[in-house]
Design a protein around this ligand. Structure first.
Ligand code: CMP
Length: 143
């Protein structure tokens, strides 16, 4: 079953949006297979956002994601990667449809509440980076 990495960013945690965001994914029908509230070390932030290292906003991005706790999650389900991206809305909240997470709760492109993997390759890489200990829940026997 497909899995994706989803992270409530420091602005979302500070604004008490964790429960709301978890509810949206639960209500959609996806399964939470791992989650943790954590402070992202600078080295992990730089690796996670490595593809943006040459962008002018890279420093700002790393500073922001390390500025307070994040809520890191792995969600599982059919087409969860693409569906989660739809649920999140466009990266820039100014362009996100109302009804999406960023469209409903975000204002600026930097503080856009949530991150989600954009491809199966990114999902595998990001789950490995944030959950190196593994131990994801296996629901297959409960269904
Ligand atoms: P995210 O999905 O976490 O992946 C990369 C992040 O870079 C993106 O969300 C935005 O929060 C951030 N980002 C993109 N463009 C800009 C920008 N112009 N200024 C600051 N941050 C940006």
């Amino acid at each position: 079953m497909e899995q994706t990495f989803i992270m409530v960013k420091p602005d979302g945690v500070q604004r008490n949006l964790v429960g709301e965001i978890v509810s949206r994914f639960e209500n959609k029908g996806f399964k939470l297979v791992s989650a943790k509230l954590m402070q992202v070390p600078t080295s992990l932030a730089e690796e996670h956002y490595g593809e943006h290292s040459d962008k002018p906003f890279f420093g700002e991005l790393v500073d922001f994601i390390t500025s307070g706790p994040v809520f890191a999650m792995v969600w599982e389900g059919e087409n969860v990667i693409a569906t989660a991206r739809k649920m999140m809305g466009a990266t820039n909240p100014a362009e996100s449809d109302i009804g999406t997470i960023r469209g409903d709760y975000g204002v600026t492109v930097g503080k856009n509440v949530i991150h989600g993997s954009d491809s199966p390759e990114s999902a595998t890489r990001e789950i490995g980076l944030f959950f190196p200990e593994g131990g994801l829940i296996d629901y297959s026997k409960d269904m």
